[in-house]
Write a protein of this length. Sequence first.
Length: 752
Amino acid sequence: MRSLATTLLVLIAIAVRPMDAAAQEFGFEPPTSANDPALPAALRDLAERIVPIYKDDDSDRYLASLAALQMTAGDPEAAEQTRLALEKRLQSNGGRPGSRAVLYEIYTQARATEAADHVSFASAYRQAFRAMSERLDDLSAYELEGTLLAPIEPLQEGVQRALDQQADKTSIALEPALDLVRAWFAFEADRSVEGLVRPLLTTERERRYVVDENVAIPVAKDATIAATLVRPRAGVETDKLATLLEFTLDRSSRDAREAAAHGYASVLALARIAGDPTVRPHAPFESDGDDARAVIEWVAKQSWSDGRVVMQGTGYGGFVAWSALKRPPPALKAIATSDPMAPGIDVPMRGRIVLSSAYRWVQGMLAASGDEAANDATHWRAFQESWYRSGRSYREFPTLPGPASAVFRRWLNHPSYDAFWQKWVPFGDEFANIGIPVLTVTGYYSAGETAALYYFTEHHQHDPKAEHALLIGPFDQQTVEHGAASSVRSLTQDPAARIDPNAARYEWFVHALGGAERPKLLREDVNYELAGANEWRHETSLGALEEKRLRLHLEASPDGTANALVAQQPATNTSLAATLDLRDRKDAGWRPPQELVLDELPSREGTALFVTEPFADAVDVAGRLSGVLDFTINKQDVDLVMMLYELRSDGQYVKLFDPAYAFRASYAEDRVHRHLLSAGVRQQLRFQSDRMVGRQLRSGSRLVLSLGINKRADQQLNYGSGKDVSDESIADAGAPVQIRWHDGSFIELPSR
C-alpha cells in the first residue's frame, strides 16, 4: 500500500538534498554488452552509491531520475512513492503524464506489489495495469498502447551506446551515470512486460470501442467503398458524434481507433482504386471526389452521426479530401491534410518534368501482386537506366505489361496543367467556394511540399479571407506524418521542431467544430519553424512573410575562382558559360545524395556554384526562392535545377530544402500554356520556386546557389527541340546545350 508518510518524505527530499555531486566520479567497470547477465548487478551497485548523494534543482527531473535509481538499486517500493510524488507535481501544475511516464508508473507499482505481497510479477503487473486503465481516458489509453507496442530495439541500443562510452574506463561521472541508469530503467520497463501486454491491450480495446471492420458504403451504381467504422463504446447507444473520415490506399497502415480515441466516429475508407480489381476505376484520381462526397452523404444520414464530417489524409488521402472540395458537400466542415497529392502538379510531374517514380507508383497500384518491377527497387532502377542509355523517347518508357502503361501514356498526353488535370481538384475560382477551415502540413525536406504549397497559395489567391493555415518546418515525409525525431537525414533538429503534427491536426478540428480559438501553434495562416533559431514564427500570409527580400546577383568569376552572389549588380559585364551534352549516358547511375548535411557538394557537368561572402551576423531566410534568369541558350527549351545550401564555417553544407527545385523553362511563368525559348537570343525568365525555406543562417556562414541543367535517368529528358518532350529522343539532342548566364541574373530570398 502507498504510504502518505513515505510520499511526504520524498517531497521533503526535493528541498533538502546533499551537497552537489555533479563533479564526483564513481568507480565503475561494467560489462561491455547490454545483454550481459552481470550488468544488472553492476548497475545496482552504482545506483546504490548515487542515491544518497544525488540532487537536482529541476524537481521533475530529480524525481524521475531518483525513481530510476531506486528501481535499479532494487527498492521498487521507494520508486513507487517517488513516481507518485512526480505525478502529484504534474497534476498540481496542470499537466498530465505522458504515455511513457504512465508506463513507468504501472511498472514500478507492479514491482512494488510483487515485493510487498510476494506475488508473481505477471500477477502484479496485470493488477497494476487494470488499476491504471480505469483512470485513463480513451486518448491516454490509446497513447499508452502505442508506447507499449513500440519496438524495444531502440531502448536496448540506448543502453549499449551508454556502455560503449564507458569502454576502457574505470570510473563514471554523475551525468553519464544517470544517463545509463535512465536508459537501463526504460529498457527493463519494456523488456519485462513483452509477453504480458498484448492480452491486456486486447481486452482494453474491446472495453473501449465498438468496431465494424466490414462496412460497405455505396458510392455509385454497382460500386461500394470498403470501410472500417470505430466508435467510442461510452455513450454508443445515445450519443451522436461528429465523424472523422479518412481515405487511404491501405487500411492496414492506419488505425481507425485513433480518431475514436479523440471522441469521433471514425470512418477509415479504402480508396476504390486500391479495392476490388474487378470493379475499381481504370486509373488513380478518377472517382475519388465523387466517392468522397457519397461517403460524406452516407455518414451524415447514420443514426450515430450528428451530421458533421471532417476529413484528414496524407498523400493520396490528402488528395481525396481536396477532390471532395471540388464541389464541397454541406456536411463537410473542415479538412486537415499532410503532403497531399495534386495530380498534374506533383504527380506524375513536378515543375512540368515527369518523374519516372510516378510510373512505378501507378504500376504498383494496378499491377498484379508480386510484380517484380513495382516491388523491387534494384530491378526498377535497372529498368530506368536501361531506358536512359537507349536514348529512346519518353513515350516509349512505359513498357511493362498491364494497364499502368496505358494510364501513364495518357498522362504524358497532357504536359501542361490543362483541363485533364483541372477536373479532379479545385481550380481557379472554385477555390473561392470552399468556405471551411483548412489545415495543410508539410516540410522543407518533403517531396509533398510542392502540392501542399500549391493548394495553400491558390486557395488564398482566390479567397484572400480563406481560413487556411499552413504548418511547415524542417520535416521530411516521415516526420510530417509521424512526428519529428532528434534528427532528420543527418540534420539535427531544433528542440522546438520536435512536435507531433498529428496532435496539431486534432487541435485544428476542435477549433473548426467547436468555435474555440485557433491552437497557439496555428494562430496565423503561415506557421513555420525557423530552423537554427529554435523557434516557431507566425505570419498572416505568405505575402507578409516575403515582403522584405534579399536580392543577390549572379557574378561570374573573372579569374577562375568561385562565382559570387553579390548584393549589387556587377558594374562590368560578366557572364558564365555552361555546356552539357545530353547524348552522354555515363551518368546513368547518378542520383543526388539523400543526406541533408554534406561534407562536399556533388559535382555535375553543366552546373555552376555561386557563393556569398560570409555573413557578419545571423541571417533569417524564410519564404520562397524567386528571381530572374538572364541568359542566352542554343535551344528552344531546357529543364533547370536549383539548390540552396548554407555553407557553415566548419565546411559543412546544409540543404535549405530538398528535393531540389527543378522546372521546365517553357512553363516557368505559366503552367497551363507553354512558351518556348528563343534560341540564340538573350532573354530573361522569371521564376518562383514551388518550395519554401525557413532557416537562420549562422554568423560566418555563406549562402551557396547551385544552378544547372536537369539531366537524370529517373526523370523525363528535355532535349530542347521544341517538340513535345515525351516525343523527343536522343536523335533530337543535336549539339550540346550551351547556356550563358548574364549579369542581369539574380535570386531573391525573403530575409530579415
